[in-house]
Design a binder for this molecule. Sequence first.
Ligand code: NAP
Ligand code: HSE
Length: 431
Amino acid sequence: MENSVIKAALLGLGTVGTGVYKVLKNQEEEMQAKIGSKVKITKILVRNLEKAAAKVDDASVLTNQWEDILNDPEISIVIELMGGIEPARTYILAALNAGKHVVSANKDLIAVYGKELLDAAEKNHVDFLFEAAVAGGIPIIRPLKQCLAGNHMTEVMGIVNGTTNFILTKMTQEGMEFKDALALATELGYAEADPTADIEGLDAGRKVAILASVAFNSRVVFDDVYIEGITKISAKDIRYAKEMGCDIKLLGAARQAEDGIEAYVCPMLIPSTHPLASVNDSYNAVFVHGDAVEDAMFFGRGAGELPTASAVVGDIFDIVRNILAGCCARIGCTCYKNTPVKKMEDTHNRYFVRLQVEDRCGVLAEMTAVFAKYHVSVAQIIQKETKTEGSAEVVVITAKVREGDFRTAMDELKSRASIQKISSLLRVYGK
Ligand code: NAP
Ligand code: HSE
C-alpha cells in the first residue's frame, strides 16, 4: 500500500487533547497498515503557548490563532477538545463549512446544538463524529447507529457519570454520608473543583439527550431531559434500599413509550440483581434493549485521558478510512422521526418514600387513604421500632403510578398534621 499522510489539527491540549496526542503517537508505527494512512497532527490550538510546549515533541505545531487551522487547506480533520459552547460551536461550524471533517467529545455542545452541527456536516458532505461525548471510552454511539441499527430500541439506560458512581459506591460499601464521599472524590481527583455538573446530574443529562436522540432516531435536547442529582441521598436511604433488595444508582434513562420518549436522570433504586447494580467505583455502563437484540450492556471507563482518547482516535481512524474509500458522510444525522418527549409528570414509575409520621394509631390508615385517593398502591412497607418520642419512620415502595398523581398525593400528605416530614423520595427501576 502506498504511503499516505492525512493531516489533522487539535483544538485544545487539556486532559483529552493530551491523551489523543499520546494515543496517536503510540499508533504511529501501525497506522499505515491498520487504516491505510498515517495521521499527522500538524497544528494544535492552545491559549497559552508556553504552558503547552512541555506537552508536545515539536512546539512549532502550537498556535493560538484559530485562523491558522481554518485557513490551512492541508488540514482535513479538526479534533475539537476545548469543551464549552463558544467558541467551540463557531469553530466547528466554520471547519465543517470549510469542508473539513470534525471529531468532538463536547457533550455540552452536542446535547444542545447537535442538529445544527450534523446538518452542517451533511450540507458539506463531511463527517462529524462524537463517540467520546457519551461514556468516554465505552463504544455506544457507533454501536447504536450501526451494529444495532436493525432494532427498534425501546430502552437505553446507563450509569454515565463516574464521579457520582464513585460517591454512591463509597456511600453503599463504606456507609459514608454524601459530603464525606464527595470530599474523598475531590481528594482522589475524580470530582472537579466545581462538582456541580456531576452531582446535580447535568453532565449525565447531556449524555442522555445524545443517547436518546441516537437510540430513538428523534432529536432530544438537554432541556427535554428531567434532571435530579444525588445531593439529597443519605446513607440511611441506601441502607433501606439494601433491605428491600436494591442499590441506589444515578441512572440516565431514555425509554420509547407508546405516547412519546421518556428521558430523565435521577437517583433510582435498582434491584441488586440487575447488571447495572454491580457497576461500581468510577466505572460507567450503558444498558440497552432492542426488539431484536433483547438486552445488551456496554461497560468500561467513562472518562479519563486515555480511555476518552481511545474513542476520539477511533473516530479519527474511521474518518481516515472514509476519506481513503471516498465514502465520507455515509452515516450522518440519524434523527428521521419527530417523536414528542413526554413531561416527567406523565411518566409512570414506582416510588420509594421515607417519611416521619406521628406515632399513634390510625396514621398509616390515613396515609394509605391519601394514596388510594390518587391511585397509589403500596407494594412494600417497613416500619422500624420507634426511637424518637412521638415519631415513627415509615418507608414505602409503591406500585407503578403516574408521576403527576403521585406528586399530588405527596402534596396532600405534606399538608396533614400527622405527617411530620417527607425525608426522601426516590424512583424505583422496574415493573
Ligand atoms: P480540559 O482538560 O479543560 O482541556 C480543555 C483544553 O482546551 C484546555 O487546555 C484549554 O486551555 C483549551 N481551551 C479552552 N478554550 C480554548 C480556546 N478558546 N482556545 C484554545 N484552547 C482552549 O478539558 P478535557 O477534560 O480535556 O475535556 C475536553 C472535552 O472532552 C470537553 O468537551 C469534555 O466535556 C469532553 N470529555 C472529557 C472527558 C474527560 O474525561 N476529561 C470525557 C469525555 C468527554 P487552557 O488550559 O488554557 O484553559
Ligand atoms: N465528569 C464526568 C464524570 C466525566 O464524572 O463521569 C466527563 O464526562
